[in-house]
Design a protein around this ligand. Sequence first.
Ligand SMILES: [Zn+2]
Length: 207
Amino acid sequence: MEFPSLLIQDAVNAFASLPGIGKKTALRMVIHFLQTEPSKVEQFAEAIVKMRKEIKHCKVCHNIADTDVCSICANPRRDHGIVCIVENFRDIISIENTRHFQGVYHVLEGLISPIDGVGPEKLNIASLEDRLLQGNVQEVIMALNPTIDGDTTIFYLSKIIGKYPIKITTIARGIAFGGELEFVDDITLARSIAARLPYEKYLNGNS
Ligand SMILES: [Zn+2]
């Protein structure tokens, strides 16, 4: 694609570097911004820069947050005895959208993957164990995607959590099977959390 201006070309390339955005869509966006008031364009750019610079990770659960502790961890009405383990903060957004989960979360920021060289030390597992040590957790729900890495991670975590008198459950993956958590619809996800199973039962093939 040829452009009459290097400025336009740079802006198109910037948009085209985003996931799912091709050159044509990028050009459409640039044209849109050309027709927008400069102050509005500044607001748009500022929102992204501010988000990137100021975003924090909750020091309890590693969710994204504007403050040191996220709004879920800081909420006394949530059930802090039920901790739902997820791969990343997008899973929290999916589960929160169902409005059916009242517990709290722990974000691993990845899954154990021997093939990709991701060992447990690269995940937020030490901080999870710190939370378990405090003695307030009664149940841990494994809400990880049904992949080999997901299963490996659940197995590893179950060994750690098994040292404590804590119930371990997995989301009912017979329902959500085949879909990444992110793409499962709200009702299916809400059901699979409500119909969660004890981990041992899942291991025995009764899912
Ligand atoms: Zn938090």
